[in-house]
Write a protein that binds this ligand. Sequence first.
Ligand SMILES: *Cc1c(COP(=O)(O)O)cnc(C)c1O
Length: 401
Amino acid sequence: MSSTRTFTVPMSSPDITAEERAAVARVLDTTSLSIGPVVDAFEQAFAARVGARHAVAVCNGTAALHLAVILAGVQQGDLVVTTPFSFVASANVVLYERAIPVFVDVDADTGNVRPDLVNEALADLARGGKAARQWLPPNLRDDRVGPVKAVLPVHAFGQPADMDPIVAAASVNNVTVIEDACEAIGAHYRGRPAGGLGDVGAFAFYPNKQMTTGEGGMLFTSRSDWNTLARSLRNQGRDVHGGWLDHARLGYNYRLDEMSAALGLAQLERLDDLLARRQRVAAWYRERLTNVEEVVLPVTSATTTRESSFVFVVRLAERLDRNAIIKGLAARGIPSRPYFAPIHQQPFYVARFGYRSEAFPVCEAWGRSALALPFSSVMTVDQVDVVCRELTATIHGQPVR
Ligand SMILES: *Cc1c(COP(=O)(O)O)cnc(C)c1O
C-alpha cells in the first residue's frame, strides 16, 4: 500500500474518547498491568452482552480462533469445513494445528459460506470414499485424512452467516461449530448476538474493528470445561490454582493486558453508539451510490436482525478492472482495498494444496470485484461525499481534477 499521507480520507480510524484515555491512564497508576481485575470485568461485561456463559480475553482475534480450534480437539490431519472468502487468519488457525481446511463456496449475495454446501460436505466426508474426496484440496485427494472435527463459518464484513442450518448440520454430524465473529461485534442473527451462536465464538479488537483494545480478542463458550482449558492455554498452560512455574500442558502467552482491557471495557459501554454511527455512515454511502449502475451495494439478509458493519464493501461490475479503479482512486487521494483476497488463492495455500483457478467460482468472483471503501464511526458526511464523487468519476473515466 502506498503511504497514507497522500490520502485525504483515512481508510479506517479508531474512535477514542477522553474518558477512554483516562481509563487506560488509571490502570498505569496501579501495580497490575496484566492478570488483573480489569480483564475480569471486561470478560464479564462481554459474556453478558453476547449471552455466553464464559468469555476469555486474549491478545488478538487470531489467538481466540486458535484456542477455539484446540478446544474443538482438532489435531494433525483432521478436517475443518470453512469458507475461502475470509481474512486469512480463519484458515491459518487450522494450519497451526497441522489440520486441513476444507473450503466450500459462498453465497453470491452476502459472501458468507453456503449452509447447503456445508451440509453436503459434512455428509459426504462422513460417508468417505469418492464422494468425500471431491471436497478435499486437490493435492490431498489420495491421502489418508482424519475426520471432520469442526465447522468454521465467518461473518463476512459483519453480517452473520446463516448459522441455524450450519449448527443443525454440525450437530447431526457431531462436530463443533467455531464461529469467527471477529468482524461482527454487536451484530444479531435472528435476534441473537453474534459470538454466542456456535459452540465457541471469537471477536477481534484490532483498531479497525467496531471497537478496539489496540490488539485484543475474546473467546466465548458456554462450556465450563472449555472455559477452564482456554484460560490455561492462554496463560502458558498454567492451571488456575497452579504455581507460576507449574505448566500442566503446552500453552501460549495469549494474555490481554490491563491497559487494553480498560480501553475495551470503556468502548464496550459505548458500543451501541459506535454501531449507530457506523450504520449512519453506511446509510450515507447507500444514498450516494444507489444510482451508480456499476456499483452493487452490500445486501442485508433477512436473518440479520441487527446490523454491525465492519467495512463498507461494494462490488464493481465485472467489466470494470477493480485494481485499476483502486489505482485511480489513490491518484485522487482516496484509499480503497480489495477485500477479501480469497484464502485458497494465497500463494502458500496454492503451493501446499494445489488449488487451481475457479476452484470456488463465487468466492473468486467476489475476490475480483469487491472493493472496500474508507469506513469508520468518525467518518463525516463530507468525507463520504468526496469518496462517492471520486469513485463515480474514476468509474466513468473522468480526468483527475
Ligand atoms: C480481524 C479478523 C480476524 C483476526 O483478528 P486479529 O485480531 O487481527 O488477529 C480473524 N478473522 C476475521 C474474519 C477478521 O476480520
